[in-house]
Design a protein around this ligand. Sequence first.
Ligand code: ZN
Length: 338
Amino acid sequence: MPEKCCVPGCRGNYEGTAEHDQEKVSIFRFPKDPELRAKWIRLIPRENLFVHDKTVACEKHFAQQFIIRFDSVTRTDGSILTVPRKNPKLSPDAYPSIFPNIPSYLTSEPSRKRKAPEQRRLEMSARDEEQFQQWLSDDQILSFDAFCEQLNSFVAGVDSQWVVIRSCGFVNICIVDMPDVPQFVTVVKIHDTMAVEVYRGNLRLGNADLRWILGDECKLFSWSQLSSILSHFASVTVAAADVSVKSQADTVKQQLQELIALTNESDDYEPDVTTRLKFLAEQISLLFMSQSRYSSETLLIVFRFFAISASVYSRLRSTMLMLKVKVKVNVDLYSASS
Ligand SMILES: [Zn+2]
């Protein structure tokens, strides 16, 4: 005949109840450790509880985390065999905390055991990774239409000085100044191909000024890129004069290239016009080249001067950078162009 549970009002391990419920209610002896035993006695709401060797409390008063129902054995091959225990036992730190028949203020569940540090670290890094992936996918701009849809709320979140002006096939995000005549200080123009151009004052910045954030194609892929562009160009308050000479020269060169393409395609201009434009474009390139390199066209012109009039050639050579070409190079030119 097993001992009855010592908790007042508890019929947890009464035979009749147990059979009726078709469940076996385990009982546990009080711990030997005097400190822990005192804790049990303090917690169990029974006056003058006298504990002897056979005093027991049933499992209904213990949180699940304290009850050990399985044994595990490590096999020789390292795998773990888990077997259910015939009689559950308590973990060494177990104490009773659940007393269904007494007021709730005397019942308190122990706090959940803290997870092992390694387990917590893994969970946290998994959560970080998940959040990072989420951020990455939110950051992607999937299409120009999706971009246009979200643009206003994005710009509003960035900085109020930017104004969005939409047009067919592109969007301008602008900073407008109103001294006498309203003028665009900075314009970030985004085409429906997601190609980006930036204008300061009347000048278009060369792609070199955008490559650091947009890559070689100067295309926008993510909201964070746009955020960087806007904050970069908003923080540098630019008068056009602040734009570097190199950058302005690049702009002029780009415009010249456009003119060259135009005159090339059209019959309205003497072929000579294209040639002269090319010459100018090349001269601008030469301004920023550490070592001069000449196109075959230029070398041909130089050679023509030389062939027609040596005095004209030497005069030009004394005044112009491009003409400091050794004549022997022109021998190669002949074979290349013939
Ligand atoms: Zn009980």
